[in-house]
Design a protein around this ligand. Structure first.
Ligand code: PXP
Length: 249
């Protein structure tokens, strides 16, 4: 069965490079516009509590850009009062709730929804009432999927980091875990996304899971852009995704 899977491009690392010199170049908003021009279906940005890459001003500008170009902005955010306040002010198309520890290099592991329902459910509810689609970034495990449905999320984004970091020959068990969790999520009425660590090959591989309708990819695309340009890296990713899902690119 053919299906067109959406690609959300995460532009955090454009801001990482910009911030290394404390100036304005390269501008993540310009990168977002170029990404959309090259075939990104939406833009993803993580406003971290320590503002190490994306800033509050970036979120304001990205919100305006996505509104102007009529593309969804997916705001990744920690489950904190400050971030909820910011999300409610901007009302992005979607908010993806992620775990966040200051000392981590990137988002390590999924959000522990199971066991933390009383903390997470009110945030999901507040965002939903503001018209924001809520996604929970979780490990592909039965208890997390069940908890995501129980707190009223619309979407689960499965953390593919573990899958991507395994040697290719050792990925089968993790693939099965992702596939089983995706099937369970779909039965519970949750939309299924995936992201973290994906490259051309692993993105194509995980798309063998039929429930996945969106991938969010950042670090690899921005890294590839150093060699081939951002438009070309996104174009190649779209092509890999289209081939994996039987769609003509
Ligand atoms: N999805 C979520 C929820 C993330 O936190 C990240 C990393 O910011 C990504 C997707 C993209 O991961 P990567 O940059 O490794 O492609």
């Amino acid at each position: 069965m053919t299906r067109r899977v959406r690609l959300g491009v995460n532009i955090d690392h454009v801001a990482t490079v910009r911030n290394a010199r404390g100036g304005v170049h390269p501008d993540p908003v310009r990168a977002a516009e170029e990404a959309i021009g090259a075939g990104a279906d939406g833009i993803t940005a993580h406003l971290r509590e320590d503002r190490r890459h994306i800033t509050d001003a970036d979120i304001t500008a990205l919100s305006e850009l996505c509104r102007r170009l009529d593309r969804p902005l997916n705001l990744e955010m920690a489950v904190t009062a400050e971030m909820l306040d910011i999300a409610l002010r901007h009302r992005p198309h979607a908010a993806c709730l992620v775990p966040e520890r200051r000392e981590e290099v990137t988002t390590e592991g999924g959000l522990a929804v199971a066991g933390n329902e009383p903390r997470i459910a009110p945030v999901v509810q507040a965002l939903s009432e503001a018209g924001v689609r809520v996604s929970l970034f979780i490990e592909p495990s039965e208890d997390q999927v069940e908890a995501a449905a129980a707190v009223g999320a619309h979407v689960v984004e499965f953390h593919t980091g573990r899958y991507c970091h395994l040697p290719a020959a050792e990925r089968a068990a993790e693939f099965d875990r992702l596939a089983a969790a995706a099937a369970q999520a779909s039965i519970l009425g949750l939309e299924v996304h995936a992201g973290h660590g994906l490259d051309y090959d692993t993105a194509a591989e995980v798309l063998a899971i039929p429930e996945i309708v969106e991938l969010n990819i950042g670090h690899f695309l921005i890294g590839e852009a150093v060699f081939v340009g951002l438009g070309a890296s996104i174009f190649r990713m779209r092509k890999a995704m289209a081939e994996a899902t039987g769609v003509r690119s």
